[in-house]
Design a protein around this ligand. Structure first.
Ligand code: COA
Length: 145
């Protein structure tokens, strides 16, 4: 059975391993590990003692911004991502948020399908948003909560 909890600093290493395995352009280790210091909020999903996924977001007044969400490859499509996103949404509501915002790579069709399943709407495309070795446009999506 999955269990959602606040990310503890001791969860960072295992969570960053998932980030590297699942994100074609992962956050730098420095950015990932400094997430707590800059005030981001984060949750992990555990299966027994194993961390199988995480979500990182920021909240400012009535908006929460989904910054990163990932589930380890062997456990994708088994509900952990939905559980993380639902938990992030309910925490955001408790913080007073009325909207969730995110950017996703246009090429990331599975993540777009995941957000569509949650009834996120497509607001805009930011051309050339992702640079570097795997350039892409960003799809901006939002959900009223
Ligand atoms: C996106 C991600 C977090 C989803 O987590 P997950 O645990 O695999 O998703 P769930 O099992 O909760 O899926 C819920 C629903 O989303 C949709 N969905 C999820 N993955 C999908 C895929 N690959 N193709 C089509 N639809 C998909 C389906 O509607 C699914 O319901 P169903 O399985 O009953 O059909 C996960 O695939 C992941 O870690 N991807 C790599 C990292 C990433 O791209 N993060 C997003 C960056 S913006």
């Amino acid at each position: 059975m999955y269990k959602i909890s606040l990310m503890d600093p001791s969860d960072l290493e295992a969570s960053y391993d998932i980030e590297k395995r699942t994100n074609p352009s992962p956050w730098s280790k420095e950015n990932f590990f400094s997430s707590f210091e800059v005030g981001h909020k984060s949750l992990v999903c555990k299966l027994k003692k194993r961390i199988v996924g995480f979500v990182i977001y920021s909240n400012f007044k009535k908006e929460s911004h989904l910054l990163s969400i990932a589930v380890d490859k062997d456990l994708q499509r088994k509900g952990a991502g939905s559980l993380l996103l639902k938990s992030m949404i309910s925490q955001s509501k408790a913080l007073g948020a009325k909207k969730i915002l995110l950017e996703v790579r246009m090429k990331n069709k599975s993540a777009i399908a995941f957000y569509n399943n949650f009834k996120f709407v497509e607001d805009a495309v930011r051309v050339g948003y992702y640079t570097g070795s795997d350039p892409d446009d960003a799809l901006l999506m939002s959900l009223d909560i």
